[in-house]
Design a protein around this ligand. Structure first.
Ligand SMILES: [Zn+2]
Ligand SMILES: [Zn+2]
Length: 130
C-alpha cells in the first residue's frame, strides 16, 4: 500500500496490513487535520519503507507523549507517534493512494466530537481512548 502527501514530495510504502485502525475525534487531530476527525492506521515502524522525501517531514510535539509528522512543503499529516508505543507509527488512512485493506474499527475521543458531525456507521464509540 502506497501513500503520499498532497505535493507528492513524500512517499511511503507500507509492507504489511495495519495492526488496527480507528477514527479519532480529539481536539489535536481536529486542529492538526483541520477536520472533524482523523482516521489512522497503526503500523509497525519496521514495515514502513520511506520511498521519497523523508527529510521533508517536520515534526511537531502536540503533547509530551506525541509527535506529529507533516510535510514541510504542503502541510499534509504523515504520521502520529506516541512515546508509549515506540515500535508503532500511525499513518492517516486518507493519504493512501492504493486501495487500503483496512477500515476504521471504532471511534475514539467522541467526547470532543464537533457538534456538526454525526456518527452513524454503527462502529463502537469510546469517550476517550479505547
Ligand atoms: Zn507535501
Ligand atoms: Zn486524535
Amino acid at each position: 500500500m502506497n501513500a503520499s502527501c498532497l505535493c507528492g514530495e513524500i512517499k511511503l510504502r507500507l509492507h504489511s496490513p495495519f495492526i488496527s485502525a480507528s477514527t479519532c475525534h480529539c481536539r489535536q487531530c481536529q486542529k492538526s487535520h483541520a477536520s472533524a476527525n482523523a482516521a489512522y492506521g497503526v503500523a509497525l515502524k519496521t514495515d514502513i519503507e520511506w520511498l521519497e522525501g523523508k527529510k521533508k517531514i517536520k515534526k511537531f510535539a502536540s503533547s509530551d507523549q506525541v509527535k506529529r509528522g507533516f510535510c514541510k512543503n504542503c502541510g499534509t499529516n504523515i504520521f502520529f507517534y506516541d512515546k508509549s508505543h515506540p515500535n508503532h507509527l500511525d499513518i492517516p488512512l486518507a493519504i493512501f493512494d492504493s486501495k487500503i485493506n483496512f477500515e476504521p474499527e471504532y471511534h475514539i475521543y467522541v467526547g470532543s466530537k464537533v457538534s456538526w458531525e454525526t456518527i452513524n456507521d454503527g462502529l463502537p464509540q469510546y469517550e476517550k481512548e479505547k
